[in-house]
Design a protein around this ligand. Structure first.
Ligand SMILES: [Fe+2]
Ligand SMILES: [Fe+2]
Length: 450
């Protein structure tokens, strides 16, 4: 079962739900809703990657659910496949106009349904939908890619990996550690990540990112959507990128342009099962956490946003350099109950912080960014290292309740508090500011998809 994704099926008929579950289990964790109201609640709680929605349900119909989803900024782009009994042109057109991503006409067959699911899930995957996926859905051996599990070395103490019991094969001494690569992975990374993407090379050199943005039509279009996304609610609608750039100002323009360039820099290679969409969201949240914390510190440096944004780029580097070994590494981490960082070090010889440091040094970005990536997991030394160390963990707590955040804050190492000159109350404030900035995080990661 590909538990990396969650798929919601909403249908009032239990036989239909059972059928959908069987057809879709290979694509992820299937959750069910028996009516429209339940479907909406489930969307908020489970945050599915895709919905199969019966159009005709008693009470709140599929049409109502769809309308509701499309009006909500956090769900307006969520893939929804509508199951309908009508196939005439006019009804179908109406369906698509009302926001359905795709539709299946009854009677539904597993083949018809899977074909649509694959097509809609493909862009969520880093491989952009490997052609091979058309025959057989991908089946990673174990669940390992939920981002919260990625970084289970919280404050240097290992936590038991939160791998689902169902998906986890028994730990066995027979599990063979994947062999170290013949060519050191650092060399391979340098072969793959030779030149920095446009814009990223200019960081810290006074580049006007507005020019970069306006010279790139696709980026301009996405930027206008970003400005109008609802994340900046007090703004009037704007129709052109130049006006949008004026409204949001140079800092946000630079943040948008570089985030988009970073996403473009992630080559669409076959996946080692790193969920890049989720990683992008986490990276943006970490970047915003860096901004909140540094503002509270009273020490603002625009580069801290980018230090947060690039902190986990080493994961992309390791996966891109050797996708097969990366997949084996995830499997090894799960079966041996290792943190991913430990497994990376055993399997690749280096962890993702070091890998990130290699890429960013090669790209010649300012030192704050290199240090942030290289030191964010353990034993930070410099300000940028401590900042990314804390921001990364804060980003993992963006959905946590106040009590959890309080507990987390009490455990921040005193080294980090001293280095950043922060007290616990200030970190709690940063956490609440980060929550408020959630809409910006969502809009920035959605619209920076090229
Ligand atoms: Fe990390
Ligand atoms: Fe991270």
């Amino acid at each position: 079962m590909n538990t990396e994704r969650t798929l919601l099926v909403a249908d009032d008929n239990p036989d239909h739900r059972r059928f959908y579950r069987q057809a879709l289990t290979p694509y992820g964790n299937v959750v069910e809703a028996t009516n429209g109201q339940e479907a909406l609640e489930s969307v908020m709680q489970k945050r599915p990657d895709l919905i199969v929605l019966d159009y005709m349900m008693p009470g709140m119909s599929g049409a109502d659910v769809l309308q509701n989803l499309r009006q909500n900024v956090t769900t307006k782009n969520l893939p929804v496949i509508v199951v309908t009994g009508v196939s005439d042109k006019e009804s179908v057109l109406k369906l698509l106009q009302s926001g359905a991503s795709d539709y299946v006409v009854k009677p539904v067959t597993p083949g018809k349904l899977r074909e649509r699911v694959q097509r809609l899930l493909a862009p969520l995957d880093s491989n952009g939908g490997a052609p091979g996926a058309a025959q057989a859905p991908p089946r990673p051996p174990v669940e390992t890619t939920k981002l919260a599990q990625d970084e289970d070395l919280l404050w240097g103490r290992r936590q038991a990996p939160a791998v689902s019991v169902e998906a986890q094969p028994p730990a066995s001494s027979a599990v063979i550690k994947p062999a170290r690569p013949e060519v050191p992975v650092g060399e391979r990374i340098l072969e793959v990540f030779t030149t920095p993407p446009n814009g990223i090379a200019e960081l810290g050199r006074g580049q006007d990112f507005k020019d970069l943005l306006l010279a790139d039509p696709r980026m301009s279009v996405q930027f206008v959507k970003y400005v109008n996304s609802g994340a900046f609610s007090k703004l009037d609608r704007c129709n052109d990128a130049a006006r949008g750039a004026e409204i949001l100002g140079p800092t946000r323009v630079a943040q948008f342009a570089v985030t988009m360039e970073m996403r473009r820099a992630w080559p669409a290679v076959p996946t080692g099962r790193l969920n890049r969409t989720r990683l992008l969201r986490h990276s943006v949240q970490t970047a915003l956490a860096c901004v909140q914390l540094s503002e509270i510190m009273g020490f603002c440096d625009e580069m801290y946003f980018f230090a947060g944004l690039f902190h986990d780029v080493g994961k992309i580097a390791l996966e891109t350099a050797d996708p097969d070994r990366y997949r084996q590494m995830l499997e090894y981490a799960a079966t041996q109950k290792l943190s991913e960082l430990e497994a990376e070090q055993e399997v690749f010889g280096i962890g993702h912080p070091e890998a990130g440091g290699i890429v960013l040094t090669a790209w010649g970005v300012p030192t704050q960014i290199v240090t942030g990536a290289a030191e964010h997991e353990a034993s930070p030394q410099g300000i940028a290292g401590h900042l990314c160390f804390l921001a990364n963990r804060l980003a993992h707590h963006v959905d946590s309740q106040a009590a959890m955040i309080k507990k987390f804050v009490q455990e921040v190492p005193s080294d980090t508090l001293n280095a950043l000159g922060l007290d616990e109350g200030q970190i709690i404030r940063a956490a609440s500011l980060l929550k408020t900035a959630e809409l910006v995080a969502i809009a920035l990661s959605n619209h920076s998809e090229p």
